[in-house]
Design a protein around this ligand. Structure first.
Ligand SMILES: [Zn+2]
Length: 113
């Protein structure tokens, strides 16, 4: 999985991946461990019910004024930017990021529990 510069929502600062390393931390971990990061190196990346890691369709992301490397947005700020509630169709169903655990509001949007 790619590691963004920061997992914090660029609008409100919400940490969308409290169990994951951002780029700086990841690079440090990589430097310390050689090349390959594994959980054996103590670099546990966890995605759980505090995480808002997801993928929406390009169109939705662009509507929010975002590009491929613009950073992260939490669900609340994404909805505020596109001025409507997100819906199931906004999330590409088969995308791996949309099969991971997430906050209750994210799971509900994606029709998961
Ligand atoms: Zn936010």
């Amino acid at each position: 999985m790619m590691t963004p510069e920061s997992w914090h929502c660029i609008d409100c600062g919400y940490d969308t991946a409290p169990g994951c390393y951002d780029r700086a931390k990841m690079e440090k971990a990589l430097a310390a461990s050689g090349s390959v990061i594994s959980t054996a190196d103590g670099v546990d990346q966890t995605v759980d019910d505090r995480s808002e890691i997801y993928m929406v369709r390009d169109k939705v992301w662009r509507q929010a004024g975002m590009g491929p490397n613009s950073g992260c947005l939490c669900i609340g700020c994404l909805e505020r930017r596109i001025k409507r509630p997100l819906k199931l169709e906004d999330f590409p169903r088969r995308h791996p990021l949309n099969t991971m655990p997430g906050t209750p509001r994210l799971m509900k949007l994606r029709g998961q529990r």
